[in-house]
Design a binder for this molecule. Structure first.
Ligand SMILES: [Zn+2]
Length: 304
């Protein structure tokens, strides 16, 4: 949130199911963690001068009943009381299912989301690499590229906005994790072809794409993706690394303060988690602000 505010950009803060489970501590329960994330995020977001959307990412089919549907039920209760939904958007990741099954579940979720004014993110195609412990090993290379036929089928099944707002994680060679430039062949043209095909069938309609696994992409690739209709970019590995690297530098610079021989305690100014935590936060905020510049959202906030 600080990084977005620094850049004057609106932005999305999200957790995966695994991230939510981690947040829940000893409860080891993703639903509990997501509720805690929503409460904390909502409270803190109010203090920033930019708009922050709270989102849950990558919910696989097996977790929909214990995670997505209960979160939407929470939102329904809040909306009935005249409040805002619990979270602003949710991703259902049905990419492991056959497309028709994926779209059947996605359509049911979209109906519910529309009633609650919540945005749904769906995925068609498969993002390579590993996210949240879910890998792509069993997936053929060709499935890393969404086909135009599949994109049009998504629009046919979910509409083009009137039946509920959705974001589409279409894959164009993107891979979770950081890869050296040149190691992955991104084909952003797939996104452009999808837009052209859609507007031939539904005049004026446009997909709102999501770019998963953007870490390691060049500024030119990011810009091309945005030009072709990407409205949400997930930047996980690089922001994690920016946090950890800054914290690690602190540990090295203050070795004696954080690692005094027992039974000494070291230097509280160095080992207080708020000291190295703040360094990590600064590092992450810098990286987020930099991404906002690269993606073109910096300085364009609509306000709080
Ligand atoms: Zn992802």
């Amino acid at each position: 949130m600080r990084g977005f505010a620094q850049a004057g950009s609106d932005g999305i803060v999200q957790v995966t199911v695994g991230g939510a489970r981690y947040l829940s501590g000893a409860a080891k329960d993703a639903l509990t963690g997501a509720r805690a994330f929503a409460a904390l995020g909502r409270e803190l977001a109010e203090r920033y001068p930019v708009t922050i959307a709270l989102h849950t990412d990558h919910c696989p089919p097996g977790d929909a009943d214990s995670f997505l549907w209960p979160l939407l039920a929470d939102s329904a209760g809040r909306v009935e009381r005249g409040e805002q939904p619990l979270l602003h958007s949710h991703m259902f990741d049905g990419s492991t299912l056959p497309l028709e099954e994926n779209l059947r579940v996605s359509a049911a979720l979209l109906d519910r989301c529309r009633e609650l004014d919540v945005v749904l993110e769906v995925e068609c195609g498969v993002v390579g690499g590993e996210e949240d412990g879910i890998g792509d090993e069993a997936v053929g290379r060709d499935r890393l590229y969404t086909t135009r036929v599949d994109l049009l089928r998504v629009a046919e099944a979910l509409g083009t906005g009137a039946r509920g707002r959705y974001l589409l994680a279409a894959t164009f060679g993107n891979v979770h994790g950081v890869y050296a430039p040149g190691q992955v062949t991104l084909r952003p043209q797939i996104l452009a072809d999808g837009q052209a095909a859609l507007s031939r069938v539904h005049a004026g309609a446009r997909f709102r794409y999501v770019f998963h696994g953007s870490s390691g992409s060049s500024p030119e690739e990011l810009r091309a993706a945005v030009d072709h209709g990407v409205v949400k970019v997930d930047l996980d590995s690089e922001t994690q690394y920016a946090f950890t690297r800054a914290a690690a530098e602190h540990m090295i610079d203050h070795r004696d303060g954080v690692l005094a021989p027992e039974p000494a305690l070291g230097d509280k100014r160095a080992y207080d988690p708020r000291a190295w935590g703040a360094e990590g936060e600064n590092g992450m905020a810098e990286r987020v602000a930099q991404a906002c510049e690269q993606l073109g959202s910096a300085g364009r906030s609509i306000g709080a």
